[in-house]
Design a protein around this ligand. Structure first.
Ligand code: NAD
Ligand code: GLY
Length: 376
């Protein structure tokens, strides 16, 4: 195996995300969430509020509160219900209510302790509360460490579409603690691997090969392999985001598999298919569309399907409507944020480590949905 380890595991890897005055660091390694030195980039305000959920709180809240008490005089916390189905206005309002009840001022720092759901909602709350307060990401799932905590996309869902209400708002620092992944259920680890796999076909085929070769080690949570996978994923994301923070163009490539994936998530009911599961299957559909557009051969589609499957993820798309399945997919995909003037756009790949956004003939998209739902 080849696991590049430039530093001993006790020292965190640091990735810088270059966004001018909104620049920040991502720290990766064991115990970084509970080491006070990781928090020096967070403003040293009097008050802090940790936002977490009912699953993560019993595992890590006390330790984080203790760590933060070295930096802030008062540390409050808000515990939200767990799940994608709670990524809503109601949950967001619970955060605002707590902030107002505790008389939190505009210097208050918010800490997101949890996966992508908690991170996206806390970031959005930070963007809105008193027109913006600082926040720190303490991502506790693989998916949030390699993707959602980095880059400043914050949002809640709307019944008509995923992540439709939100803001671009960057954190002060991101602390990716690889130790906390030990309590992550296997299904959630697999979901995170979908986003890790994604970085290969869109930006670095050598990384895809590394992921293929190291999948067993990643699934057994080998720390060195996890640190490498998180570091390379964050490097690629940091590079893309620093070139196109607000998704004027290039950043859309990070959405490979997401147009189909978001339709699966919404169509199945939020929370039934995990985001990463939908993205994994969506990438296989995206690869098939790339093939139909003449960009990759069928061997590439099979290769991607094999690595997604090896990660423990589904590769056959679900039927989301017994009578009008394709129509339902198309209707949900119309709501994708990449759509322009009603035309659905897809991220497609060239098999050489590059991706771009393209529309596709309706008949082709219908074929992809039909074939993917029947496992063809
Ligand atoms: P999640 O936040 O729902 O977390 C998954 C599950 O794991 C939850 O039940 C959670 O409570 C639990 N959990 C979290 N940490 C744990 C730990 N250490 N041990 C045990 N259990 C733990 O899901 P996710 O996969 O982290 O994130 C998915 C969300 O992220 C989606 O809402 C998606 O839209 C969003 N997302 C956002 C971006 C972005 O750029 N902002 C990118 C990708 C995904
Ligand atoms: N996860 C896609 C993005 O951050 O742009």
């Amino acid at each position: 195996m080849s696991v590049p380890t430039a530093k001993p595991l006790s020292q965190p890897e640091v990735i810088h995300i270059d966004l001018g005055e909104r620049s920040y660091d991502i720290l990766i390694g064991p115990e970084v969430a509970f080491n006070a030195s990781g928090y020096v980039a967070a403003p040293k305000s009097t008050t802090a509020v940790v936002v977490t959920n009912t699953t993560v709180a019993p595992l890590y809240l006390d330790r984080l509160l203790k760590t933060l008490s070295m930096r802030h005089k008062t540390v409050h916390h808000v515990v939200l219900p767990d799940g994608e189905a709670y990524k809503t206005w109601d949950s967001l309002n619970q955060i605002f209510t707590a902030l107002l009840e505790k008389a939190c001022d505009r210097k208050t720092v918010l800490y997101a302790l949890g996966g992508g759901v908690v991170g996206d909602m806390t970031g959005f709350a930070a963007a809105c509360y008193m027109r913006g307060v600082p926040f720190v990401q303490v991502p506790t799932t693989l998916l949030s460490q390699v993707d959602s905590s980095v880059g400043g996309k914050t949002a809640i869902n709307h019944p008509a579409g995923k992540n439709m209400i939100g803001a671009f708002y960057q954190p002060e620092v991101v602390l990716c603690d690889t130790d906390v992944l030990r309590t992550l259920p296997e299904r959630e680890l697999s979901a995170g691997l979908a986003e890790v796999i994604k970085y290969g076909p869109i930006a670095d085929m050598a990384f895809l090969e590394w992921v293929e070769q190291n999948m067993a080690g990643l699934r057994s949570m080998d720390q060195a392999r996890l640190v490498h996978a998180i570091r390379r994923s964050c490097e690629i994301k940091a590079d893309v985001v620093s070139k196109d923070e607000r998704e004027g163009g290039l950043r859309a490539i990070l959405n490979f598999g997401h147009t189909f994936g978001h339709a699966i998530e919404a169509g199945m009911g939020y929370g039934n298919w995990l985001h990463g599961e939908a993205v994994g299957c969506g990438m296989v559909m995206g690869a098939l569309l790339s093939h139909k557009l003449g960009l990759v051969d069928m061997a590439f589609v099979e290769r991607l399907k094999a690595v997604v499957k090896a990660a423990g993820l589904p590769v056959v798309a679900p039927v989301i409507d017994e009578r009008q399945n394709v129509e339902r997919y198309l209707a949900l995909m119309q709501n994708d944020k990449k759509s322009e003037a009603g035309q659905i756009k897809f991220v497609v790949v060239d098999g050489q480590g590059s991706a771009f956004v393209k529309s596709a003939p309706g008949t082709m998209v219908r074929e992809v949905i039909d074939e993917s739902c029947s496992g063809g």
